[in-house]
Design a protein around this ligand. Structure first.
Ligand SMILES: Cc1cc2nc3c(=O)[nH]c(=O)nc-3n(C[C@H](O)[C@H](O)[C@H](O)COP(=O)(O)OP(=O)(O)OC[C@H]3O[C@@H](n4cnc5c(N)ncnc54)[C@H](O)[C@@H]3O)c2cc1C
Length: 523
């Protein structure tokens, strides 16, 4: 038994785990962080998928990282640099009549004056709503029943935020938060491509289509980045793995001990008190507090073990919906591809293929029945336009988030089904970028199963659990584990599966650290 008297053991070195560890160490705790992989950052990762070609292999855009955390942890000092920021989104039209979206501005020949004006109004209102949410996201979610003083303050602040919206906006928010993106788009705009581009943002990373209930919440969640000062997605120099590296440097500077290639196999409990962790090689390490940034299913099912939990808790964990539907495509390219109708200078922006809301809905329909989309929607990045370090000179990489690819494919994911889906996605790309096939040196497709296996995230799910109204705020990840503490004394959660959710944002990690620090000796 290794017993160097750690106050806290952090399970998992994704961005949330690293952030939580750093805040705890800054508060004087002796912290050990154990990461299963050989690299830190979790889904914020860079991998060399072909000799000389590297790519952000899971998350590809930095668009939501809390500015408070960036400042507190001095991430620029510790090596985080952006190769490009405030990028536009270009929604690719099948007729090459594209639309460019940047903050509250729209550009494109197919747009009417009315749509442009209405978009400005719409964006302004959405941003107001996201601001109200952001207030509740940067602190622990309140308990509705048995809430203490802190919970009452949070609810009060949320209430004041809503009240300050004014009667009309408040009524609108309460109405749209519960309905679907499809109807909201129909109410506001005429242009099909615009409606589809905004809807795609609402369902990215979720098992939802534009007609699914509470998809507007997904859109508000996505716009948090705008509240945090991102006027569009950013490309990190060296790929998203550089976020993990900067966070690790910051953690080490305040004394966090970090061990990679250290997969935790078990969290040991004495009754209902977590007391130690056991590594795969059977080494046991004790600590007063154990914080898991692994997803809630991994934490409770694999690490604590269902036999050690009460039936009600097991049911809650079992019922968390977290089957990923996003795949990743990576292409090593001999040259920069040409997208029809996109100027060379604009290729470094975010390009999306989602021409109509029905197109996205149909793509989602397949996933409902365990099939991959015959015409998938794509979120495309060409990071080498901005960052030459990722590929040999003059050559490029393309990275794309592909929806929908169900975790549980009916016929199972194997080499054959993966090849077939990859080919279908590349064919779709060829429709918009004729000649791209001839530029491909090597390609890789990661399905949600691959993402689960490579990144240790159950279901390969973007948020470690669907972001829907039954799994957010005071019900995230499930009632009884909503304020980072769990039914097991001394065991806390701090990953994307806890409030407020996923994306490289960092608030789950910071809020969990705040909660542990606040509880002091009672933690
Ligand atoms: C296809 C895809 C594309 C995405 N694109 C974007 C994007 O462009 N922008 C964006 O902001 N977000 C994106 N996301 C979401 C983002 O990647 C996640 O929300 C984020 O990585 C969650 O961070 P985390 O620190 O909570 O967990 P993770 O990043 O999952 O980190 C958890 C860490 O815990 C480790 N771990 C798990 N179990 C153990 C164990 N037993 N022992 C030790 N270590 C363990 C894992 O190895 C991992 O390193 C995307 C997600 C997916 C799936």
């Amino acid at each position: 038994m290794t017993d160097p008297n750690y106050d806290v053991i952090l399970v998992g070195g994704g961005h949330n785990g690293l952030i939580c560890a750093t805040y705890l160490a800054k508060a004087g705790k002796k912290v050990l962080l154990l990461e299963a992989r050989d690299a830190l950052g979790g889904g914020a990762a860079t991998s060399e998928f072909s000799k000389g070609f590297s790519v952000s292999s899971c998350a590809q855009w930095l668009m939501q990282l809390s500015p408070e955390i960036q400042k507190d942890l001095a991430l620029d000092k510790f090596g985080l640099t952006l190769a490009a920021k405030n990028l536009s989104t270009i929604a690719l039209g099948e007729d090459a009549n594209h639309i460019m979206i940047k903050g509250d501005m729209l550009d494109g020949d197919s747009l009417s004056v009315e749509d442009k004006k209405q978009y400005e109004k719409f964006y302004k209102q959405i941003l107001k709503f996201s601001k109200v949410l952001s207030g509740a996201f940067s602190r622990r979610p309140p308990k509705l029943v048995e809430g203490n003083f802190t919970d009452r303050i949070t609810l009060l602040k949320l209430g004041i935020g809503l009240k300050l919206l004014g009667q009309d906006d408040m009524r609108d928010l309460l109405r749209i938060a519960l309905i679907n993106m499809y109807d909201i788009m129909e109410e506001n705009f005429d242009n099909e491509l615009l409606k589809a581009a905004l809807s795609f943002d609402a369902v990215l990373g979720s098992h939802l289509g534009p007609r699914s209930p509470n998809t507007v919440f997904g859109f508000l969640y996505r716009r948090l980045g705008d509240v945090y000062g991102f006027k569009g997605p950013a490309v990190v120099t060296g790929g998203m793995g550089a976020v993990g590296k900067a966070l690790a440097n910051s953690a080490k500077a305040v004394g966090v001990t970090i061990r990679t290639n250290s997969k935790v196999a078990k969290i040991n409990c004495d009754g209902y008190r977590a007391i130690s962790v056991e590594l795969q090689d059977t080494e046991t390490i004790k600590a007063n507090i154990i914080v898991s940034s692994a997803d809630p299913k991994t934490t409770f099912k694999q690490l604590v073990g269902y036999p050690n939990l009460e039936t009600g808790l097991v049911r809650n964990v079992h019922n968390i919906r977290m089957k990923g539907t996003a795949a990743k495509l990576h292409l090593a390219l001999k040259d920069l591809p040409k997208f029809t109708g996109v100027a060379h200078k604009d290729l470094g922006n975010r390009l999306i293929i989602a021409p109509t809301m029905d197109y996205i809905e149909r793509a989602f329909n397949h996933a409902k029945y365990g099939e991959y989309s015959s015409k998938p929607a794509l979120d495309i990045s060409l990071p080498t336009v901005h960052d030459k370090t990722l590929a040999p000179e003059g050559q490029h990489v393309l990275s794309a988030i592909v929806q929908f690819a169900p975790y549980d494919l009916k016929q199972g994911w194997n080499e054959q089904t993966k090849q077939a889906f990859k080919q279908l996605v590349i064919d779709r790309l060829e429709d918009f970028a004729p000649g791209i096939k001839d530029l491909i040196v090597e390609s890789e497709l990661l399905t949600p199963k691959d993402l689960e296996q490579q990144y240790n995230m159950t279901g390969g799910h973007w948020h470690h659990g669907e972001l829907s109204l039954d799994q957010i705020m005071m019900t995230r990840p499930f009632p009884g584990a909503t304020q980072y503490g769990t039914a097991i004394d001394g065991l806390y959660l701090c990953g994307a599966g806890s409030h407020p959710g996923g994306g490289v944002m960092g608030l789950a990690g910071k809020n969990a650290a705040d909660e542990i620090i606040k509880r002091g000796n009672k933690a």
